[in-house]
Design a protein around this ligand. Structure first.
Ligand code: UDP
Ligand code: MG
Length: 327
């Protein structure tokens, strides 16, 4: 069979249907370029017999204020393999992504999420699908180097991942939201009912077999970033506080450490008192300030432990995930 026959045949081939999910917020400039390149990669996959000719691109318009939806609708008219959904208002990248993944779940074998600006190399999708066909259920796209980043950016990013890890949030290093998930992984993801969405934290918790594909991160194809530094910082704080109550526990340990310091402080205060170096009232004030301070922190830490438990309970996360059955 000639290479092109596979693309044009339109018959079910038993090959996996891949959905490429693209969240779009004010991307009228980038989309026309990106859609062309994404379709090219899907065609390459079909030609190599990796993915079905029914594979498609699903654009999620995240309440854009420009002509993004118009661009999606026009593309769909000329090529029905470009599909689209439009959110009623701007909900943010993570929610747009989830909307797209959940829409694609029943009508794909695997979904790949990628940004509309193509900063993540679309060619890496081919390797992702190869790993998926070799049995991986989740394939993470990881940036191979930060050669184009400044020294400052590289090191702050590194410090940030380490800090998050210490705070109890485990994410894949240098992985953003460029990844493949099998339909099964998507089903497990759909069990997470939490409102405060941080996909990079949830997906490693799903389990299943994972693989990694590395690529070079490029500059935006067009338009400008929708993620200024302030949004990135609050995103990261959101990440830590939706996955871990460790900051609360730290309060307790600081309280205990202060209580131990109290003893040292007490010795010093008493020696000053007995050495007649202390003015009247200083000794009792010093002792009570230190002692009460540490008691308050310990009490807050204890309350924090319970708040942390409630916080985890209200998320109603799935308590287990079955990956195989022999029944
Ligand atoms: N995005 C979105 N909703 C938003 C902000 C961004 O869907 O409220 C999309 C955006 O269109 C792009 C992706 O999220 O496809 C990543 O945004 P961007 O490239 O601006 O972020 P950066 O790469 O600069 O961190
Ligand atoms: Mg970008």
């Amino acid at each position: 069979m000639a290479d092109d026959d596979i693309i044009t045949s339109g018959k079910p081939t038993g090959l996996p249907v891949i959905a490429v999910v693209v969240p779009c917020y004010n991307e009228e400039e980038a989309l026309p370029l990106s859609l062309g390149r994404l379709m090219d990669v899907l065609d390459t996959m079909a030609r190599r017999g990796l993915a079905s000719v029914d594979s498609y691109v699903l654009c999620v318009n995240d309440g854009s204020r420009d002509n993004t939806w118009q661009v999606i609708a026009d593309s769909h008219r000329s090529n029905p393999r470009v599909k689209g959904i439009s959110l009623a208002h701007n909900r943010g990248h993570q929610y747009a992504l989830l909307a797209g993944l959940m829409t694609a779940m029943p009508v794909c074998d695997a979904a790949i999420s990628i940004d509309a600006d193509l900063q993540d190399d679309p060619e890496a999708m081919i390797e992702m699908v190869e790993k998926f066909r070799d049995g991986a259920e989740i394939v993470y796209g990881v940036r191979s180097s930060r050669a184009t980043d400044t020294w400052f950016k590289r090191n702050t990013a590194h410090a940030f991942y380490t800090f998050q890890k210490r705070m109890g949030l485990d994410t894949v290093y240098d992985h953003a939201d460029y990844r493949l998930m099998s339909a099964r992984a998507l089903e497990l993801l759909s069990e997470y009912g939490e409102g405060n969405l941080f996909l990079r934290g949830i997906i490693p918790q799903i389990g299943l077999e994972t693989a990694v594909v590395t690529y070079e991160r490029a500059a935006r194809v067009a338009g400008e970033s929708k993620y200024p530094l302030s949004k990135m910082l609050s995103f990261s704080i959101d990440g830590i506080t939706s996955f871990s109550s460790r900051p609360l526990r730290i309060i307790f340990f600081v309280g205990v450490a202060l209580l131990i310091l109290d003893v040292v402080m007490g010795l010093y205060v008493f020696s000053a008192y007995f050495g007649h170096e202390a003015i009247p009232g200083w000794t009792s004030l010093m002792l009570s300030t230190w002692f009460l301070g540490s008691l308050i922190l310990i009490a807050l830490g204890v309350v924090g432990e319970y708040v942390g438990k409630i916080f985890m309970e209200v998320k109603h996360r799935p308590r287990f995930a079955i990956s195989k059955r022999l029944m």
